[in-house]
Design a protein around this ligand. Structure first.
Ligand code: C2E
Ligand code: MG
Ligand code: MG
Ligand code: MG
Length: 279
């Protein structure tokens, strides 16, 4: 079950890992070796327009399929990579893999939607970051409008001026930027107003509150509207949640209701076989 799930529900797994420091140390070495190998993969989760059922984009999510341990959740290996400095080579590998894939899909017409990549602050602060992205777009023939970067709200508030300049340069290239897990940080309106971003990803916790507390999601929606940003809801699992969001005017949806993150082959299958799901 854990193997195909790949979600956030592997609670037991998480605890057994975090309790054992020795195990973490061993994992660090294994993670270092996994980068560039087939063990480290990218899965893709569709982003769907709930009005038409059209797949408008996808999010690229890192997956680590360790020989002995099986699927290690990103909630474990991303923090480990951040603490050990492996996050930069890891994300270089992810960006490379996604650009190669997006170029291929775009050329053969399999998928021509935008694909977003999660990046950490460390990656964004690398001097070579923009040059790296630009050269990959050239090598793999990736139109800039097919790439997006997601940065979490928590991180975007650090080193804000430098970060904002990098975001601005990305957007000059034609790449879009979104704020991930939006609503969990404490960005002020005036700060958000200055920030060079295109969209907000409403954190899953607000999707979970839709039934009991729709006012919170509504407030986030009107904030996005006032800032002229588009909005997408994440972690949407039920038709009821889709309907709540539609009532609020949020039509971009990502979550298990439409699909779990899929490996590239399954994603291609999903693209070609699925019927348009209307809500
Ligand atoms: P995120 O960027 O907020 O990604 C969404 C997470 O929610 C993913 O978890 C996805 O599998 C999960 N999810 C999607 N739909 C649903 C749903 O309907 N219900 C539930 N319960 N969960 C859903 P995942 O893949 O385990 O990734 C966790 C986090 O790890 C991501 O959260 C992201 O912050 C981070 N991550 C993954 N890949 C990378 C990466 O390459 N770089 C960085 N910096 N972070 C990454
Ligand atoms: Mg994300
Ligand atoms: Mg998110
Ligand atoms: Mg999230």
């Amino acid at each position: 079950k854990a193997k195909e799930a790949g979600g956030n529900q592997l609670v037991e797994f998480d605890q057994s890992y975090s309790e054992d420091a020795g195990m973490l140390l061993g994992m660090e070495t294994e993670l270092r070796n996994a980068i560039g190998e087939k063990e480290l993969m990218v899965y893709y989760q569709p982003k769907v327009d709930s009005r038409t059922g059209r797949i408008e984009g996808a999010e690229a999510l890192a997956r680590w399929d360790n020989k002995e341990r099986g699927m290690v959740p990103p909630g474990i290996f991303i923090p480990l990579a951040e603490e050990s400095g492996l996050i930069v080579p890891l994300e270089q590998h992810i960006i490379y893999t996604v650009c190669e894939q997006v170029g291929e899909w775009n050329r053969n017409g399999t998928f021509t939607g935008r694909v977003s990549i999660n990046i950490s602050l460390n990656t964004l602060l690398q001097e070579e970051f923009l040059g790296y992205v630009t050269s990959l777009m050239k090598t793999f023939e990736v139109p800039a409008e097919l790439l997006e970067f997601e940065i979490t709200e928590r991180l975007v508030m650090k080193q804000e001026e430098y970060v904002n300049r990098v975001l601005q340069k990305l957007r000059t290239l034609g790449v879009t930027v979104s704020i991930d897990d939006f609503g969990t940080g404490y960005s002020s309106l005036s700060y958000l107003h200055k920030l060079h971003v295109d969209s907000l990803k409403m954190d899953r916790s607000f999707t979970l509150q839709l039934e009991t507390d729709p006012g919170v999601a509504a407030a986030i929606m009107s904030m996005a509207e006032n800032l002229g940003l588009s909005i997408i809801a994440e972690g949407v699992e039920t038709i009821e949640q889709v309907h709540h969001l539609q009532k609020l005017g949020c039509h971009s949806i990502q979550g298990y209701y439409y699909s779990r993150p899929l490996n590239p082959v399954d994603f291609e299958g999903y693209m070609s076989t699925r019927e348009v799901i209307e809500a």
